[in-house]
Design a protein around this ligand. Structure first.
Ligand SMILES: *Cc1c(COP(=O)(O)O)cnc(C)c1O
Length: 487
């Protein structure tokens, strides 16, 4: 007797029904359903002794998702940089779970490892990276940064005569990591995980966060020939701004430094003639990281790391045991080329979406998003109550609500209140950030479904909620004043 009945095939029908409901939500369905938090089951439910059965459990989860899940895969979600999922990627992702391949080793999944080889080759072609580079699919850009910086660490320690992956960092000097103010927090996190230390970053930034090239050059010169790592950003999260990659590559060459580029979403600038100049020179880097679950629009989780020197990944990530296979370049064991040993076949969805839509499909999507970002920027410029806070080189628009009659000192509190109100309102979804010390909105456009009406709604909702929040500010100010008068 098997421990549970095999209802897998029957459940497919059940799940398909719920998937249809999730996928065909009306366009004006709230991005953040009212029950997003209130509809969650109590956190202290005990593990059932007798289960509900597969149909019971799956029905309960499906219902919970329908009622409470934020529609972050939909066209009106602009918070963080969260992509949707293309039809081909979604279908491939469902097949991935069904085939349940462990792509850590070629022997356990020749089709998984081989598809990863193909997917990485196509990605290099899409981004204009050299074919000889090596790569690995990761869980996201954090781990892609980790992989790139782990290779940098190996290279750096070797320059000091140490095999850091065997002997560790102890006894070595601090690793100098140079960056502009655009450095993403995940690169800093990776430095922590690598034992390089979060505080090893030497920032060379001007007031707006952009790189201070003269300062960086002086710092490199002061190292007297000792090796260093430059961690560059292609696409900063508040504004989509880019570090000047050719200049950083020049510095890296002149001083013999390692150049890592974080292009979590910005690497997709390479897909369009209109923005390719922003990532010109990326092929001169030593390592590059990017994300699949952002602008590629595959389901969570997926990212990619690319490394110029293919011989570095193996020594950093090899996992050896008597029962594990050895090295065969024709039959890669990706578990020995990246942080995870056993791993999901994320390559299937990457391959399927690239096969389905091709280079031109992705060019059309990126260019549509570039147009939509300019449309949003233009409306922000035209609205007297809105203020554009940064150039819009790519797909992020950084702005705030700024009517004439609100004092500067109150703008941050007002914009924070509007950001909270936008999220509770639920028609569109984006949060706030701090940009050059100002509370600002920074909707990021990365969903293949997003169109002009969704973009216009961003402005309409901010103007509407700006009035509401502004009025309640006035009221509380007046109330404050009348108390003072009474007193
Ligand atoms: C999102 C992002 C990351 C981190 O990516 P995850 O996919 O969340 O791990 C790193 N760098 C930049 C610039 C990003 O936008």
């Amino acid at each position: 007797m098997p421990p549970f009945p095999d209802e897998s095939v029957e459940l497919l029908e059940l799940v398909a029904g719920y998937q249809r409901k999730l996928l065909t939500a009306p366009p004006d369905a709230l991005v953040r359903p009212e029950a997003t938090e209130s509809g969650l089951p109590p956190g202290d439910l005990a593990l059932p002794e007798e289960g509900l059965g597969a149909a019971g459990a799956v029905t309960e989860l499906s219902q919970r998702l329908l009622e409470t899940a934020i529609r972050s895969a939909g066209p009106r979600f602009f918070h963080f940089v969260i992509g949707g999922v293309t039809p081909a990627a979604l279908a491939a992702d469902m097949l991935t779970s069904t085939a349940d391949q462990n792509t850590g080793m070629w022997v356990s999944s020749p089709v998984g490892a081989h598809t990863e080889v193909l997917a990485l080759r196509w990605l290099r072609e899409l981004f204009g990276l050299p074919a000889e580079w090596s790569g690995v699919i990761t869980s996201g850009a954090t781990m892609a940064n980790f992989v790139g910086l782990a290779c940098a660490r190996r290279w750096w320690a070797a320059r000091h005569g140490v095999d850091v992956d065997v002997d560790g960092l102890s006894g070595l000097p601090r690793v100098p990591v140079l960056a502009s103010g655009y450095l993403h927090s995940s690169a800093v996190k990776s430095l922590g995980m690598l034992g390089i230390g979060r505080s090893s970053v030497r920032f060379h930034r001007r007031e707006d966060g952009s790189v201070d090239l003269a300062g960086m050059r002086a710092d490199l010169a002061s190292l007297g020939g000792a090796p260093a790592i430059i961690s560059a950003s292609a696409g900063e999260v508040n504004t989509g701004a880019f570090d000047p990659i050719p200049e950083l590559a020049d510095l890296a060459e002149e001083f013999g430094a390692w150049l890592h580029v974080d292009g979590a979403f910005g690497l997709f600038a390479a897909v369009s003639e209109r923005t390719r100049h922003l990532v010109a020179g990326v092929e001169r880097a030593n390592s590059v990281g990017s994300d699949g679950h952002k602008w590629l629009n595959v389901a969570y989780d997926c990212g990619f790391a690319f490394v110029r020197q293919p011989e570095l990944l193996g020594p950093v990530f090899t996992n050896t045991a008597a029962y594990l296979p050895g090295v065969d370049p024709e039959r890669p064991n990706y578990g020995n080329l990246g942080p995870e040993s056993s791993r999901r076949a994320r390559a299937f969805a990457v391959w399927a979406t690239l096969a389905a839509y091709g280079r031109s499909g992705y060019r059309r999507m990126v260019e549509r998003h570039l147009d939509l970002a300019q449309r949003l920027a233009e409306r922000v410029r035209r609205e007297p109550c809105l203020e554009l806070l940064a150039d819009v080189p790519l797909n992020i628009v950084c702005f705030r609500y700024h009517p004439d009659d609100v004092a500067d000192a109150e703008l941050d509190a007002l914009n924070s209140a509007i950001a909270d109100a936008v999220i509770t309102d639920g028609r569109v979804h984006f949060g706030s950030t701090l940009h050059r010390g100002m509370v600002a909105f920074r909707p990021a456009i990365v969903n293949w479904r997003t169109g002009p009406a969704d973009i216009d709604l961003i402005v309409d909702v901010v103007l509407e909620l700006g009035l509401v929040c502004g009025a309640s500010f006035d009221e509380s100010r007046d109330r404050g004043r009348s108390w003072q008068d009474d007193g």
